[in-house]
Design a protein around this ligand. Sequence first.
Ligand code: CDP
Ligand code: CDP
Length: 227
Amino acid sequence: SSGKINIAIDGPAGAGKSTIARMVAGRLSYVYVDTGAMYRAATWYCQSLGVEPEEVEQVLQIVKDLVIDLIPIENGQQVLVNGQEVTEQIRSLAVNAKVSRYAQIEGLRSRLVSLQRQMALRKGVVMDGRDIGTTVLPDAEVKVYMTATVEERAKRRYKEMKEQSAISLEQLAADIAERDRLDQEREISPLRQADDARLLDTTHMCIEEVVETIVSYCKIYGMESKA
Ligand code: CDP
Ligand code: CDP
């Protein structure tokens, strides 16, 4: 074996999953896979063609041969859908508002899940999302369920927004709570803590502390960290 493991990080919006997953991957020289970006890219693409989440047949036709590339760059990643760069577009309010609706579609999920499993076959992957520990990588060696209060998560998101006049902190908190609800209540692989996942409440933790905690979970697997 390569001696590498897979690390699954799940949790609600704004908990810090992508920030921390990317840093953990950096520390271990692992590959970071942002599955939320894949759902966002699929959403953006459907929206760009005017296809609503209710038009299930058309959505499935689109995702059948959808190509999504996640290309690591300094301090982040580039997201390409069918060759088109959509890194910024997939973070728009329009995508935020609808992504959890498209993410309820079974055929869309099965297509993305199969792509995600392929990416993790050779191990050495840190993958974040909603259903990684429960569905995508049930055999991941380390599983973390990351949370924080909705107030704290909304504050974090608000801070990073460029166009703060576009939305109030209260509205942002309400949008996040609604997306959490849809993600937790959907029929297919809803957001939930896997039985063997460690719960990490980051409400009062800084980013470094969270990274250290997860790296420490990996130590029993003999991980050599670059520190
Ligand atoms: O970054 P943020 O927490 O706002 O969300 P994200 O990770 O980019 O995911 C956006 C949406 O995609 C989520 O609200 C889910 O509806 C969906 N998603 C999912 O269903 N399963 C995943 N593994 C990842 C994301
Ligand atoms: O991926 P997810 O939606 O779970 O969250 P994120 O986009 O990684 O984090 C949202 C924001 O919270 C980012 O701006 C992080 O820098 C910040 N954050 C924080 O302030 N403290 C933490 N312990 C974790 C994240």
